[in-house]
Write a protein that binds this ligand. Structure first.
Ligand code: LER
Ligand code: MN
Length: 270
């Protein structure tokens, strides 16, 4: 398994220079740089080409993760908002071509963070229908460009469409698109899943990407999340994809990155 780092997301300092972030991640020992959809949309085309040249030169992978903003909510009652979400996904796909990335994860099926996490005022069944309708369009467009989507399962305080593996599997089964899998983030799983390893087993070949942080969202190894059983379950299902660090940068960015590497890399290489 490759071990990556989702840095630009938590540290806007890095947003300004993606190629530098890639060099820094590679120098630390990561195999992959994960960048936010926001950085993709905000960066100039030349900057993205430079990121690709840098990543290719270093043998680094680059992938993207995006949470739709509320005005791009793909499950909104407002057709104009849903259309903006679909258009944002297409613009992300255009930018991904520039960096040679074919995997997009995140909250594409709704918006994030949903601080009104009860989705007040909306009818859950209708929200889900609109979300599925938008995602069918987005997934088909992604498939035509050879892109895999990994829908992120987040905890109840951040979204409401689904919050656990059972709900997410039911959603993607109903969607019925072969290029749509799940992004399982152990921070969210630790809140919502009765048994994280069992949930990974249940998701099986639908696991498309993994985010790691410890139970307190510091670097892995800082608190009490059971990485041993999680990585055993990933090996059991034959998961060969990427694992990306998405933690708070405490006590500082460098220390968090180094400690997570020391702790997680041995699991990835077993
Ligand atoms: C947010 O909690 C998260 O896990 C991100 O990956 C959302 O895109
Ligand atoms: Mn995540």
């Amino acid at each position: 398994m490759e071990y990556g780092i989702h840095y630009a997301y938590w540290q806007h300092e890095w947003k300004a220079d993606l190629a530098a972030a890639c060099r820094r991640a590679s120098a630390l020992g990561f195999d992959l740089l994960e960048i936010s959809g926001g950085s993709l949309l905000d960066s100039g085309e030349e900057e993205l080409r430079e990121l690709r040249r840098t990543a290719d030169g270093l043998g680094m992978g680059v992938n993207a993760c995006h949470g739709m903003s509320k005005d791009c909510d793909t499950g909104s009652d407002d057709p104009a908002v849903r259309a903006r979400g679909i258009d944002t996904a297409k613009r992300l796909f255009d930018r991904m071509a520039l960096i040679g990335s074919s995997r997009l994860g995140g909250i594409l099926y709704s918006y994030w963070p949903a601080l009104d996490y009860t989705n007040a005022g909306a009818e859950p069944a209708r929200t889900r229908e609109y979300s599925l309708e938008s995602m069918a369009v987005i997934a088909d467009e992604a498939a035509s460009r050879g892109i895999q989507l990994n829908l992120e399962v987040v905890n109840r305080y951040e979204n409401f469409v689904f919050n656990d593996v059972d709900g997410a599997l039911a959603y993607i089964t109903e969607l019925g698109r072969g290029n749509v899998k799940l992004l399982l983030d152990v921070f969210h799983m630790n809140i919502e899943e009765p048994d994280c390893a069992e949930s990974i087993q249940k998701a099986g070949d639908k696991v498309g990407h993994i985010h790691v942080a410890d139970s307190d969202r510091w670097y892995p190894g800082h608190a009490h999340y059971d990485f041993e059983s999680t990585f055993k379950a990933l090996r059991d299902i034959g998961y060969m994809g990427a694992v990306a660090l998405e933690s708070f940068q405490y006590p500082d960015m460098e220390t968090a990155a180094r400690r997570s590497l020391e702790f997680i890399q041995p699991f990835c290489r077993k």
